[in-house]
Design a protein around this ligand. Structure first.
Ligand code: HEC
Ligand code: HEC
Length: 205
């Protein structure tokens, strides 16, 4: 076999293998059982009542799986979630993701004072400081991009959104390529922009 061919084909085959990797099927009924242990913080149906804890109802399966694996492996760090994810098997994670993805997120409402700036950032970013439009990846109505595993942000608690954006901006949440992509966006945002767009997303649907 020609060496040149190998050099060209190996990366292509790797990418293909990654794209075609079949998802382990998740069983939402088994997930519902396991989710009883998560309900105290995330609510029985994934709609948390504490605004600092994320809603995970209706989140896409790929993002849910990747998040739980990241906590388990320690590439995403949180004192509460580390213990929760430590003993989950890949099958448990697939089952939990299938359960939460099938739940309906509760949409909140945006602070009327912040809507104008929030919408401007969400839809158009800030060309002066190089902040990308959030809509490009999180979708015009905040539903995310399920095949790519980009998270839905529609209805998410503003307080949690602020925590997440600050964690990206100060480098606390940068353990994956996706997180680093968000880091390069969040670190360009002012506190005012973070507050406004966080509130806007809570009402977005
Ligand atoms: C003691 C409270 C608590 C319990 C119990 C808990 N979580 Fe969490 N969970 C949190 C907090 C707080 C965060 C946000 C952490 C952060 O900022 O990374 C979180 C984040 C998550 C995320 C990431 C959400 C996102 O939008 O990025 C997922 C997925 C998740 N939890 C699933 C679960 C599952 C499944 C269980 C049960 C096996 C569980 N959690 C149990 C508090 C909890
Ligand atoms: C190029 C695509 C892209 C753009 C543009 C983008 N995001 Fe993200 N965003 C992502 C991805 C991918 C993640 C998940 C990263 C990870 O795994 O931590 C994410 C995560 C987030 C999270 C955390 C979600 C959670 O549940 O923890 C928030 C909040 C967020 N983005 C807000 C924004 C805002 C606000 C903007 C616009 C200023 C924006 N994003 C622009 C791709 C993008």
């Amino acid at each position: 076999m020609n060496k040149h061919w190998l050099v060209m084909a190996a990366p292509a085959a790797l990418v293909l293998a990654m794209v075609m990797q079949p998802l382990m099927a998740g069983d939402p009924d088994a997930g519902a059982e396991l989710a009883q242990g998560c309900a105290a913080c995330h609510g029985a149906d994934g709609n948390s009542s504490n605004p600092q804890w994320p809603k995970i109802a209706g989140q896409n399966e790929r993002y849910l799986r990747e998040s739980l694996k990241a906590y388990r492996e320690g590439t995403r760090q949180d004192p509460l979630m580390a213990g929760e994810a430590a003993n989950l098997s890949d099958q448990d994670i697939a089952d939990l993701a299938a359960f939460y993805a099938a739940q309906t997120p509760q949409i909140g409402s945006a602070d009327p004072e912040l809507v104008e700036l929030g919408e401007k950032i969400y839809r158009g970013g800030n060309p002066e400081t190089g902040v990308s439009a959030c809509m490009a990846c999180h979708g015009p109505s905040g539903t995310g991009n399920a095949p790519a595993g980009y998270p839905a942000v529609s209805g998410q608690h503003a307080a949690y959104n602020v925590i997440a954006l600050r964690a990206y901006a100060n480098g606390e949440r940068n353990g994956s390529m996706n997180a680093q992509m968000m880091q390069s966006i969040a670190e360009r945002m002012s506190d005012e922009e973070i507050e406004a767009v966080s509130s806007y997303m809570e009402g977005l649907h």
